[in-house]
Write a protein that binds this ligand. Structure first.
Ligand SMILES: [Cu+2]
Length: 81
């Protein structure tokens, strides 16, 4: 998470991997995966590690976004394999 975009915009993970999140910007950001229960807020400089992706996402392509900056294009894609 940078100023108002995700880096990377597209990520592929296996269902046994976790996600490491870092807010490297200076605004509050969020990671929400559409159609899932995952919604994590991160303050500037904050880091978080999720549980295994397979516990909350099905094996397919999902859209994710920041709930604060979705309208500014802060969206991306995650492929769970
Ligand atoms: Cu944001």
């Amino acid at each position: 998470m940078k100023r108002s975009f995700f880096d990377p915009l597209c990520v592929a993970v296996s269902s046994t991997q976790s996600l490491s999140l870092t807010n490297a910007g200076n605004l509050d950001h969020n990671l929400t995966v559409q159609g899932s229960d995952l919604s994590i807020d991160l303050a500037p400089g904050e880091e978080e590690e999720t549980s295994e992706v397979g516990e909350f996402l099905q094996a397919r392509t999902h859209r994710f976004f920041c709930r604060f900056h979705q309208d500014e294009g802060m969206v991306g894609t995650i492929v769970v394999e």
